[in-house]
Ligand binder design. Sequence first.
Ligand code: PEP
Length: 252
Amino acid sequence: MTKKLIIGNWKMNPKSVRQAKDISEKITRGAKKFKNISVVIAPPAPFIGATKGILGAQDVFYEKDGAYTGKISADILKSLAVKYVIVGHSEKRYPLSGGGGDTDETINKKLKAVLNARLTPVLCVGELTRDHQSHYLHFIKEQIIRALKNVSKNIVGKVIVAYEPVWAIGKNAKNALDGEEALHMNIFIRKVIADIAGATTAKKIKIIYGGSVDVKNAEIFISLGKMDGLLVGRESLMPQKFLGIIENVNRA
Ligand code: PEP
């Protein structure tokens, strides 16, 4: 049985490095007993060195080095022992200012930079809204195709796809996806991957769900949605709640 993957995306939290250390210590200590689950924490970049456990990064820049003020390369992340790198999160695709966010092209470059550094990219895809004609499926398919452009077929399986419907992020369990919808999306994304890289890769690639996951709904995405794991925002900053999610995934 392959391990489930649970990634906590802390976004621009907590407020201090001390808190980052404290929260991550509590999570890693509590999660140790769940041998079938890999728990990853993606803190703000300046806190990476102080965060305990398996490390993730929230973003990366695609160039190797050079005059790029404020940017962080995949090699820099690697030197900090980061293993997983989130690429194309909706808050990076559609920043508050409304412009200058990640495009399919920059996401493709970032994803390739992460693979070149032998790190694991976590590619976020997801529709902004749903429509009755199911145009959103085409939107997601295009996001995946463009993100994986020129990625050699034999390494597509190293990518983790995080399905995060944007309308379900930052809401509550009632407004998140349900288990059956998660299963539909799981099957759909595997079909898209099969067309790109073949059936074997489509079968083995990890697909995780993100968007208002909490202790109440976590289990359903795994048991009914057949997801390989979860990407958790707010609840990953609260050790008790995050550990509750991990425990429920372990039970699923
Ligand atoms: C996210 O932004 O990736 C996310 C899943 O957030 P939340 O769990 O808070 O909805």
